[in-house]
Ligand binder design. Structure first.
Ligand code: 9MR
Ligand code: 9MR
Length: 584
């Protein structure tokens, strides 16, 4: 009754308020997975300006253990949502709880405990097993989601754009293995680049932690940490994408996207297409980094580290000779057949790929030949990573190895460290997004295709800065974006499949759509709010931060992708590794 009085009263004075209340229901937005015992803890009451008090109850609803007042109303900058914060950081006792807000209702049940992201971190890695091409997923590893092999990729044709004197058009190579890129079944080198680099860096930053993680995959127990086993599955595929001259094909792909069918049913002809500078340099960076990491396992993986560095150098040399080969799909389709219309990943700027590859090659080989590219790079203006911008990956590596790098690199290392410091401080400068309390969402530009990966890449930056400065405020800031993706956002969804009380259930992910199983494959981070809505699906909410629909049609906000899961792997596991610091 009260609500209706309020609506009719407001509608006389101020029509927009009516729209707000009608469109956005009152609800409690909260991290649906949980909180570390000593970390900050809060929820948001959305669109309920008149609510006042909140109560934290045990999950059984038997006991009220905390009572507080909501903080002042904040109007969001990026939608008509209004929020009031319920701060319950004082609760430190492990347990299962929920929030009650009179006039609004109950929140999702959440946990307070140590190891709160343990299952999440493991699932984020396991998600890659479910993306594997060219092998069946067996029940003992895949459970409900066991499936047959898809895409053997033992016969992959050389596209007319990719011929050489050694490999003629319509001859074929074998390019098995690797992970499907996303909701589609193609395999793209550029996107594998940032994905592999991000996770290999996670391993280098938190080696002791990752060595203990078992994800129950076929290789588990072989003496190599599971995250490296998983990465090796894609690395072995990457090797096959290098031509005899060192250049690397842009992708292994169908000509057209498949229908929403299971992998085994997707049997369209496969091609490797045009070699390019971005693909070759991303490949070089990954192979160089992989070389120094897999070198630690000579018994289990004899010769692998050498093969990696050899491949890396060949790809680098090719790029030096071919420094401006852009992958422009539309242009290519004017000259070569069949037309290829799958994902583009067409980057035109290569300074960042040169920089990143040079950093990885320098860190692995200590060879000063790679230094000039690093010294000439505009380190001070480098910005947050995305598939098209891999600059900071180089900075992270320079700072990670600052003690081991040749002295001649010292200035560049100092510059890289300063950039990481400055970029992090800039994120903290205005206190983040006022209405949602997250570092993510301070700028409208954050809400791009794959916006959730922007949030996770910000957290990686902040964690790197924590590793440099040991100042805990950066870790706490990194946590705010986990709260965001796990439910404390304007949509109220937990953006990770299989986690939380209101997770994404209908990702644009062919196996999840086609397998006839209600639950999507778990551990996948969906793209997130994207007002671009390029998929033209039906969006009930279209504002910047609410432009999300849990519909498998909606690939612009609800697809999953290896380059979005990778920073999520990094962050969820890094926080687990560092939780003792948070709890101090
Ligand atoms: O499924 C495709 C997805 O992986 C891509 O991100 C997206 C944009 O390139 O395209 C999807 O495929 C759609 C195609 O572009 C248009 N026809 C419908 C396809 C999805 O059902
Ligand atoms: O992540 C990519 C995004 O930045 C682009 O705007 C978008 C359209 O080109 O493509 C996204 O990448 C898709 C790729 O092209 C095909 N596989 C699915 C990827 C995620 O949607």
């Amino acid at each position: 009754m009260n609500i209706f009085l309020k609506i009719s009263f407001s509608s006389i004075l101020m029509v927009p308020v009516l729209t707000t209340i009608a469109q956005f229901p009152k609800k409690i937005a909260i991290n649906q997975v949980g909180f570390y015992t000593n970390a900050p803890k809060s929820a948001l009451v959305l669109n309920a300006p008149d609510a006042n008090k909140f109560y934290v109850l045990t999950a059984t609803k038997k006991d009220t253990i905390f009572k507080g007042s909501l903080e002042d109303v904040v109007h969001s900058d990026f939608s008509t949502t209004i929020t009031r914060k319920a701060n319950f950081s004082e609760i430190k006792k492990p347990g299962n709880y929920l929030l009650y807000v009179p006039g609004v209702g109950l929140s999702a049940i959440f946990k307070i405990n140590k190891n709160i992201y343990n299952d999440l971190g493991k699932a984020s890695i396991k998600a890659y097993y479910f993306q594997r091409a060219s092998m069946p997923l067996q029940k003992q590893f895949a459970g409900t989601w066991a499936r047959n092999e898809g895409h053997p990729d033992s016969v992959v044709f050389i596209h007319t754009s990719a011929t050489s004197s050694v490999r003629a058009a319509n001859t074929f190579i074998s390019s098995p293995g690797g992970w499907y890129d996303a909701g589609d079944y193609n395999k793209y080198i550029v996107n594998s680049g940032i994905t592999m680099g991000t996770m290999l860096s996670g391993y280098e930053d938190f080696e002791t932690y990752f060595k203990k993680i078992n994800t129950n995959i076929p290789e588990s127990g072989n003496g190599v940490p599971d995250v490296l086993n998983e990465l090796l599955y894609n690395l072995r595929w990457m090797f096959t994408m290098q031509d005899t001259d060192g250049g690397v094909y842009h992708k292994c792909t169908n000509a057209n996207f498949d229908a929403m069918i299971m992998p085994e049913a997707a049997i369209a002809k496969r091609f490797v297409v045009q070699k390019g500078t971005a693909a070759s340099l991303d490949f070089a960076a990954v192979m160089a980094q992989a070389s120094r990491i897999y070198k630690q396992f000579p018994k289990q993986l004899p010769g692998l580290a050498d093969s990696c560095i050899t491949a890396a150098k060949l790809a680098w040399d090719w790029a030096i000779k071919n420094p401006k080969i852009v992958y422009e799909q539309n242009e290519m389709n004017k000259h070569f057949l069949p037309a290829i219309v799958t994902g583009d990943y067409g980057d035109k700027i290569f300074e960042d790929e040169f920089f990143w590859a040079a950093c990885e090659l320098l860190a692995t080989t200590k060879n000063l030949n790679y230094l000039p590219v690093i010294k000439n790079a505009p380190i001070a203006t480098m910005s947050l990573p995305s598939w098209a911008n891999v600059n900071l990956l180089g900075c992270y590596t320079l700072t990670r190895f600052k003690k081991q790098l040749p002295l001649a690199a010292a200035n560049s290392v100092a510059d890289a460290e300063k950039t990481i410091n400055d970029r992090s401080d800039k994120l903290l400068l205005n206190g983040g997004n006022k209405a949602f309390g997250s570092i993510f969402g301070q700028s409208k530009n954050d809400f791009v295709w794959g916006s959730n990966s922007v949030a996770m890449n910000e957290s990686i930056l902040l964690i790197n800065n924590y590793l440099i400065t040991k100042n805990k405020k950066y870790l706490t800031a990194a946590l705010t974006n986990m709260d965001y993706i796990l439910g404390k956002n304007a949509t109220g969804y937990c953006f990770v499949t299989g986690f939380g009380t209101k997770p994404a259930m209908h990702p644009h992910h062919r196996p999840s759509v086609a397998d006839g199983i209600t639950d999507p494959i778990p551990g996948l981070l969906v793209g997130g709010p994207n007002p671009g809505m390029q998929d033209k699906c039906i969006y009930v909410n279209k504002e910047t931060e609410t432009a999300y629909t849990d519909d498998d049609c909606a690939y612009a906000c609800n697809e999953i992708a290896i380059n979005w899961n990778a920073p999520f792997v990094y962050v969820s596991n890094a926080l687990e590794a560092l939780q003792l610091k948070l709890n101090k």
